[in-house]
Design a binder for this molecule. Sequence first.
Ligand SMILES: [Fe+2]
Ligand SMILES: [Fe+2]
Length: 187
Amino acid sequence: MDATKPFLTDIAELRRRARQHIEAGAVTGGYRGDRETVIKLLNEALATEIVCVLRYRRHYFMAQGIHAEPIAAEFLTHATEEQVHADQLAGRIVQLGGEPNFNPEGLLMRSHSEYVEGETLIDMIKEDLVAERVAIDSYTEMIRYIGDNDFTTRRMLEGILAVEEEHADDMASFLADLDEDWKAKRS
Ligand SMILES: [Fe+2]
Ligand SMILES: [Fe+2]
């Protein structure tokens, strides 16, 4: 092995490879992921995010009662952040040569989380917390699956996961303030 170049591919070889299959855009021969599977997973995550946008927006408009104002504001913030995630996922799907699935038909089937309206403010917060916990688990699994085969997708998913954890924490804090059963469970 040449000690001056411990691991890098020869520059001429890199240039030659980059010229091959230029129609594949950002996806080069060095891409190690199973592209079809990654795109499928990202589309499921996209559906999940869209369902979360819809649920949080519904909760924003329906939140009522004396405690509602700051919580409604948080629902709206989360809805906006879920939309950002949806856009990141759609963008990456296109970069990988796929098509983002925005079809409303089958949306709930593709989504990992559910769309539950909830009657009371506490119901809404609980449903949002459940949905966040689902998202946390599914993003964690996706990140483990991708491993070191697709660094860009993985970094994006890790960023989204961190935000979902914050979302879950926000919902848990509201429950700690509002819900007597929650207080009893935690003490
Ligand atoms: Fe999200
Ligand atoms: Fe979230």
